[in-house]
Design a protein around this ligand. Structure first.
Ligand code: ZN
Ligand code: ZN
Length: 362
């Protein structure tokens, strides 16, 4: 990758445009906009055609966009003219057939554009930029690696952060504070701490429930560094009297994770990796209790393409960064999920999560 990844990415996107009958595409999804332009503001439209690359932003961002995206043509949105009227002046000049991001533009915005931007035929696109983002370059991998190291550090500090009787949300805050004080610019998502019966809800968020002695706990956390995310889950028994059932379920989840990771290499279907973990859990009679996908891509977004699930059409490729996170959730008993972040390389897998998996903490 050259010093200007954005130029390379634009060139790549234009080659993709050549394969369609679109004259250009309007990018509004924030991570896609950043990926192609380097502009990190929270709103704006990026307009890309075969020979123009322009960005449409309001007065809050005029200075910033000049610094972050000096090569882009800047179209200033002003306060004195309605937004759609300004678009109507600019967009027809960019092409007759323009794509827009179907997963991001609202019905209201689309109606506005259809009405107020005559002369443009709008075509919805899906996954137009997301598939480019699946394979990471070296600079992206470095950032994800750094974010993963911060997550590792927080988990390794658990001994000093955990206290019997503390609330779930107190532990969430301590983990978040540890990550912020050790280089995270923000959280990749709200730190999730779940204990006791709450652990059977895969997306439970830490609340006012105390971490009682001898109960299951899991923590799911990720840092953001230079815009890139990390993601990790560790499940453990909090106390010194691990039950046999917890030990068995925890060990089964760990094995399902290990076996599915061992199958990962370029050219393998994502659905096949999911099947390996899922059939391991099904054979033990817990298939009904593994209620989510095995994993997902991680990058600028915490959940991005490819999906590692039974329905996924993706084929794993070197440079993809994904999670592998099998789980078993039993209402009225509790749950276990173990999640690692990893990089797919030409010769297999490099784990990016290093914090140990401990059955129990006291
Ligand atoms: Zn995840
Ligand atoms: Zn996670």
């Amino acid at each position: 990758m050259s010093d200007s990844p954005f130029r390379d990415r634009l060139a790549y996107l234009r080659r993709k445009l050549d394969e369609t009958d679109l004259d250009g595409v309007v990018i509004s999804q924030p991570e896609n906009r950043f990926y192609l332009s380097g502009f990190s503001g929270s709103s704006g439209l990026l307009l890309i055609t075969k020979n123009r690359a322009a960005i449409f932003v309001d007065g809050r961002y005029w200075e910033q966009v000049g610094q972050e995206s000096p090569d882009l043509e800047l179209i200033r949105q002003t306060r004195t003219e309605p937004y759609a009227d300004q678009l109507a002046k600019v967009l027809p000049g960019l092409g007759r057939t323009l794509g827009f991001e179907a997963a991001h533009i609202t019905v209201a915005q689309q109606e506005d554009w259809l009405q107020k931007v005559p002369g443009v035929e709008w075509q919805p696109t899906r996954q137009f930029v997301e598939t480019l983002r699946e394979v990471k370059d070296e600079s992206e991998i470095q950032r994800i690696r750094t974010a993963a190291r911060i997550t590792d550090g927080a988990v390794r500090s658990l001994a000093s952060l955990l206290e019997p009787g503390m609330m779930e949300d107190t532990l969430s805050w301590r983990l978040e504070r540890w990550m912020r004080e050790n280089g995270a610019e923000e959280m990749a998502f709200g730190v999730s701490v779940s204990s006791g019966l709450n652990t059977s809800k895969p997306h439970a968020h830490g609340g006012k429930c105390p971490l009682a002695n001898n109960e299951p706990v899991w923590i799911d956390l990720g840092a953001k560094k230079d815009h890139y995310c990390s993601d990790m889950t560790r499940a453990f028994w909090f106390g010194d009297a691990v039950t046999e059932r917890y030990r068995a379920v925890w060990e089964l989840v760990r094995q399902a994770q290990e076996e599915s990771i061992a199958a990962i290499r370029p050219g393998v279907a994502a659905a096949e990796v999911d099947r390996i973990a899922r059939s391991r859990i099904e054979e033990a009679g817990y298939g009904y209790a593994f209620s989510h996908a095995l994993g997902h891509g991680v990058g600028l977004e915490i959940h991005e393409s490819p999906s590692i699930s039974p329905l996924s059409q993706s084929v794993l490729t070197a440079g993809m960064v994904i999670t592998i996170e099998p789980g078993i959730y039993l209402p009225g008993w509790g749950g276990v999920r173990i999640e690692d972040l990893l990089l797919i390389r030409e010769d297999g897998v490099e784990l990016l999560s290093h914090a140990e998996k401990r059955l129990a903490w006291e």
